[in-house]
Each structure stands twice: as C-alpha cells, then as structure tokens.
Ligand binder design. Structure first.
Ligand code: DQQ
Length: 467
C-alpha cells in the first residue's frame, strides 16, 4: 500500500482555510500536549501527544519535530510508541526531556488498563541525538501514588529538573475530595525516587479537580513560578500560575493568576541558551468530533512565548520574534474611532499590533475573519469602563478582566492563523480563541469601537512556515 509522505499530507491539507499555516501542527491527525520540549545542541526538539491513526484522541504516541528558530519545523519519526505487555501498553502520556550527563532522557507517564487508569512513570533515553529512543528495561520507575492522595488514579506528567547532584520531579495529581495536587519527589539517578511532600494543593471549588502537566522554574532572582493545567468536571479547563518563593523544597505562594482565558492548555516550558524561559501550549479545538474527522487533523501548538515577571509579580508573555515570516506590512496612523472602519486589507494569516488610548467611556477593538454580509466574524473588544476584554465568535463568548493603570494604553497583540487567534493584552493577559471561518473569503478586517482613539495599528501578512 502506498502511504503519503508527511510533506504530501501537509500539501493536501494546506488547502483547508481553517488550517493554520504559521503555527506548528503535525502533518495530519490528532495532537494535544507539547512534550519533552528542549533545546539540544542549538536545535529545538518538540515532542507532542499524538494519535497517528485518527484526528480524534486515542492511544497516545509521542510525535516529534525539530527546529532551529522555533518557527520553521521539520517532522521526525515517532519518538515513543506504546509497547504491548509493558507499563505503557495503553499510551505514552505527557512528560519532559532532561540532559542526564550528556544523554537525552525522557521521563513520561505510561498507562495501562481499558481507561488508562494505571498511570506509572517511565524512562527512555536516546544515543543518536534524540532520533530514536530506548525505553528503560525496568520501567516503570515509579508506581505508587502517595497515600495522602486517597483514592486517586490520576498520577502523571513528570516535570524534572536538576539542582546540584539531585534530580527533582513534580507529578500532577489530586487529593480525593480536596482538589488538584502537585507532588514533589527527588532522586540521585532518575530511577530511584523518594517522595517528599505536596508542592501545592488546590481547591476543587476554585481551581479544578485534577492538576495536570506541572511546570516549575525560577524566573527572577528570588521568584519561582508553578504552572498547572486544571481539569474540571465541567471540562472548563484552565491553566493557572502561582508565583512565590522556594526554599528547602517548600513553595510559598505570593500571587496567582490565570495563564490563558481561552483554549490554551497543558503548556510546557524550557530554558534556552540565552537563559530565556520559553512556553509552548496546546490550542484546543472548539469543534465537534465529526468536523475534526472531516478535516483530517486536530490540535495546534501556540507560537512559543518568552516569559517574565513584572514588578507586581504578574506573569508576562511575549511571542518570540516573528520577523522572518512577517510579509507585507500595513500601518494606520492615530485616529478617532466612533464606528466600524473596514480595512482594505484582508487575510486569515496576520500578525497584528493595535494600540488604543484609554478613553474614559470608550470601547475599542477589532473584528477579524469577517464576511462581506457580516454574518461571520471574530470580535475582540475592550470595554474601558468595565476594564474587560470580550472575545466573541458565533455563539461562543470568552471574557477576561484586564485592569489598566491610569493612562496605560491598551496593547492588543493578535496572532491570527486560520482557525487560531492568540490574543495577548498588554503582554500580561492571554486569551486564545478558535474560530472556524467557512471559506477563505471570511477574511475581512475592521476596527471597531465607540468613543475610542486608535494610537496605532500595524498588521503584517504572514508567510507559511511549510514553504
Ligand atoms: N494529556 C495527556 C496527559 C495529560 C493530559 C494525555 C493533559 O498526560 O494529563 O494525552 O491534556
């Protein structure tokens, strides 16, 4: 049987106007969490949760792609595949890659059971530059959920880092009847793990019933950040961050916030050779299984973002430099906005920087992916008196409070790409939306607002990263 190469698959699916062209996604089929994100000898390796056989979630494999600039990616063969009769026979769930004395080493969760209910921690290493992976012969290296978790099967997504000669590992979990929990372990060899204590425990009424995909890192001299993806019974899953101090393996929270108010989930971070902490996250679909099957693909990764903290300990994010794929540039000078202003430019692959003055009673924003008849559009709207961002598409609405300081301008950065709109406001509030334009002609751009004043608008038409 002849099978299409990844390049041919990409070419065929590129005709779909909903399919992003400058965000990473696999040649076809399902993708969710980023995994094992690491810069290794100058090259970025991105692994990802992947069902290579269907555009729906299924038996999890690790897909693999490599990049030198975090923008253009090349597909590599699958890195991890479930092995029948082993700890990962039902799936290779999320995890990370570490540098174990020069040997690239993956820690991941292997699952067994009809519902992936047996979750244990496994190890694999590579001896050919991260191309092929050998699973440790005595997997799993950790099986028992801490007793204080109570009746819990959720025990997954190892995040590992090194301090001196000691490895530390976090696992996402829950405490029965309490909320999400992150458990802390340590080891001298990545194989024998000693449980220490919970790094943080959540509250099911406030921030989810299970915490998944932890990340923990130092972001300023004396500030550490914990990121957790919170799974709720109602599937309104959100990513939370906590900023605090960390000493003697204890984390004391000072501030907390929501990392994304929309579809970004299960992000993973890595530090690069310039000491930047870079985050990439899964942009979940917001369409039916039938539509995903028809499309033949599902799941997109965000554009990587560089993280920092502001003086108020809020997590700030700025997309990596995209100059190399920015094409034709459009610029609009300052002007008052009291009605819709349609622009001549059209497009579904745009990088937008809009800056508005904060007028006392005004509201302002942009409508994208608009049809001529006004029946379809994505509106991104800031209500100054309410200090609230509202993002609407079809019957979906998402909101986020964006408190501006007096005189502070509203800065909207929007990465529009087919069915993706990553929206970052004043570098500190993120709301990632999904939209499903019905044709390539649903691509109008309008400035919207009343009593508003546009300070500047810059829009770049974006090139495809696939050539
Ligand atoms: N996705 C993986 C799990 C993780 C979840 C399974 C988060 O490891 O907890 O595909 O989206």
């Amino acid at each position: 049987m002849l099978t299409e190469t990844p390049a041919l698959l990409r070419q065929r699916l590129a005709l779909d106007p909903q399919r992003p062209r400058y965000h990473f996604l696999p040649p076809s089929n399902w993708m969710n969490d980023p995994n094992g994100f690491i810069q290794w000898q100058g090259q970025w390796h991105l692994f990802y949760q992947h069902n290579p056989y269907s555009p729906l979630w299924g038996k999890m494999h690790w897909g693999h792609a490599v990049s030198s600039d975090l923008i253009h990616w090349s597909d590599l063969p699958l890195a991890l595949t479930p092995t029948i009769g082993s700890a990962d026979e039902a799936g290779c769930y999320s995890g990370c890659t570490v540098d174990n004395n020069g040997i690239p080493t993956i820690m991941y969760t292997g699952t067994r059971g009809a519902h992936n209910e047996i979750q244990t921690q496994c190890l694999a290493s590579s001896h050919d530059g991260l191309l092929t992976w050998q699973k440790y012969a005595h997997n799993p290296v950790l099986s028992d959920v801490p007793a204080e978790a109570g009746q819990t099967q959720d025990f997954r997504d190892p995040f590992v880092w090194c301090e001196g000669d000691t490895w530390y590992m976090l696992l996402g979990s829950r405490i029965h009847n309490v909320g999400g929990a992150i458990f802390l372990y340590r080891s001298k060899n990545l194989i024998d793990w000693e449980y220490l204590h919970p790094l943080l425990i959540g509250d099911s009424k406030r921030n989810g019933i299970v915490w998944e995909c932890p990340n923990f890192f130092k972001l300023a001299d004396d500030r550490w950040v914990l990121v957790v993806s919170a799974y709720t019974a109602e599937h309104i899953n959100l990513v939370y961050y906590f900023v605090g101090s960390y000493a003697e393996q204890r984390f004391t929270v000072i501030t907390e916030g929501i990392l994304d108010y929309g579809q970004l989930y299960a992000p993973l971070t890595a530090v690069d050779d310039q000491d930047r902490r870079v985050l990439i996250g899964w942009l979940r679909e917001a369409r039916s299984n039938e539509s995903m099957e028809e499309a033949g693909w599902s799941g997109v990764q965000s554009i990587p973002r560089v993280l920092s903290l502001d003086p108020e300990n809020r997590l700030c994010m700025s997309p990596i430099n995209l100059d190399s794929i920015r094409g034709r540039h459009h610029h609009l000078e300052a002007q008052a906005v009291d009605q819709r202003i349609p622009l001549e430019l059209r497009g579904l692959a745009l990088d937008i920087e809009a800056v508005f003055e904060q007028q006392a009673l005004g509201c302002c924003g942009l409508a994208l992916a608009c049809t001529e008849d006004g029946s379809e559009y994505l509106s991104i709207f800031y209500d100054v008196p309410a200090q609230r961002l509202m993002v609407r598409y079809a019957d979906q609405e998402r909101k986020a409070t964006v408190s501006l300081a007096p005189q502070e301008r509203l800065q909207l950065r929007i990465l529009l790409d087919g069915s993706v709109a990553e929206i970052i406001v004043n570098e500190r509030i993120s709301l990632s939306a999904r939209l499903y334009p019905s044709s390539a002609g649903s691509d109008g751009v309008q400035i919207i607002g009343q009593g508003a004043y546009l300070h500047s608008l810059d829009i770049w038409e974006m090139a495809s990263i696939w050539g």
